[in-house]
Design a protein around this ligand. Structure first.
Ligand code: NIG
Ligand code: FE
Length: 410
């Protein structure tokens, strides 16, 4: 008996972004057959086979391009307030670190997030997420870290979970209790880490709210020893880890993360090129965040050439947050990765598809167009895949498909 597909998209050019080779994985004039939310069959030169296919629904791709659904693997989408005032202060000469030390920075967003009701916080985050979806994002990572007490960290992670239930994306929920020291623990960072490890993490893990544990290993965040404690606790609870590492200085965070088989290390401007081999050895993804680099007017570049030479998978993400990257465009960040970090358009696109999937440990089911994977797909009104990275503004996204369902069409 022949299969009746749920949806067939024909007359479309695919950039499949397979992991195995160094190309876009182009298949021209293809047909893509979807059944039960998965990619059941990919047919090159569909015109010859079209008549033989049985399907509930068909879409003419009109010769446009299709990529895998984009993946934003590092965001802080749930927060109250904004920090436009600090942006003004920085333009008048204050540094990000000076503002943080003076009681601004992360802890000012903590205050606003604690004060904002759950429904309002959900609505704010849902609105931000809608901009990402508009540009073809079908998987997103969302961190806590602006609560810094059990109640508010839980509120943030519950919102991340509800966003998955009420939006056409899947969400990877990251517990970032070790983001900053809250005011009530001023000068008692070790006591705060104790709270993170012995109260927050076990309770939130028990509630199924943690997919991965993150920390901010930095002079204005937590030391290597404190981060190690967080990771040891995560390990004892069978939770994977990832790390904000080497953004403003080199505290050896990436080396530590490798010890704990992290999913990814993120930022990396100050990563020592000698540590890059470790990332490769432990299969840890290097996630670059050009939006934060841009918004903080940083000048030190991550060791791109060393990452490339050692063939470390490079992911790209928005780092969407109110302080260092108030950015809601993954396409713009891909352009920044090319212009600031000199990534090739192919590297930038792999960074938001297959390598971002690896950074969330989901590459077995998302991140590329392959038979058997989830039908998370985007149709773009472009003439070549590189155009996605080349453009600045003007959204070429026409259709977004999540698990085989058309969730956006314009
Ligand atoms: O990824 N580095 C730490 N966390 C965020 C910034 C958070 C903030 O300033 O609110 C980041 O850049
Ligand atoms: Fe971040």
């Amino acid at each position: 008996m022949s299969i009746v597909y749920d949806l067939v998209i024909h007359n479309i050019n695919l950039a499949t972004i397979n992991d195995s080779d160094d190309s876009y994985g182009v298949i021209k004039n293809a047909g893509i057959c979807i059944k039960d939310g998965k990619i059941a069959k990919i047919i090159p030169n569909i015109t010859e086979a079209a008549g033989e296919l049985e399907t509930e629904e068909a879409i003419d791709g009109q010769g446009k391009w299709m990529t895998p659904g984009l993946i934003d693997c590092h965001t802080h989408l749930v927060y109250g307030g904004n920090r436009a005032n600090e942006f003004e202060m920085r333009l008048e000469g204050a540094s990000y670190e000076e503002i943080a030390k003076a009681g601004g920075g992360i802890v000012s967003t903590v205050k606003a997030t604690r004060e904002t009701g759950k429904k309002e916080l959900f609505n704010l985050a849902a609105k931000r997420l809608s901009y990402l979806i508009d540009e073809g994002v079908t998987t997103v990572e969302i961190k806590s870290g602006y609560g810094l007490d059990l109640e508010t960290e839980q509120k943030m992670l519950e919102i991340a979970k509800e966003l998955e239930d009420f939006s056409p994306v899947e969400v990877s929920k990251t517990f970032l209790g070790a983001h900053a020291v809250p005011v009530e623990y001023k000068d008692k960072a070790d006591d705060y880490i104790e709270l993170v490890c012995e109260t927050m993490m076990p309770v939130l893990a028990e509630k199924g709210l943690i997919d991965c544990v993150d920390a901010f290993c930095e002079g204005i965040g937590f030391s290597e020893a404190q981060t190690r404690r967080v990771f040891e606790k995560a390990k004892s609870l069978d939770l994977p880890v990832k790390l904000h590492a080497e953004q403003l200085s080199d505290l050896g965070g990436s080396r530590l993360a490798c010890e704990f088989d992290a999913w990814s290390v993120d930022h990396l401007e100050f990563l020592n090129p000698e540590d890059v081999a470790k990332l490769k050895e432990k299969d840890v993804v290097a996630t670059l965040l050009p939006g934060a680099f841009y918004f903080l007017s940083e000048t030190k570049l991550p060791p791109i050439e060393a990452l490339r030479q050692q063939q470390v998978p490079i992911a790209i993400a928005t780092d969407s947050n109110p302080g260092s990257s108030p950015c809601l465009s993954l396409l713009l960040v891909m352009n920044m990765a090319a212009t600031f970090f000199k990534l090739t358009p192919l590297e930038a696109l792999k960074g938001t598809t297959i390598n971002a999937a690896k950074a969330l440990n989901r590459d077995d089911r998302v991140g590329s167009i392959e038979e058997g994977k989830q039908a998370d797909l985007v149709i773009w009104d472009i003439d070549s895949p590189a155009e996605l990275v080349y453009r600045i503004g003007g959204n070429p996204c026409k259709t977004v498909i999540k698990n085989g369902e058309v969730v956006l069409s314009r």
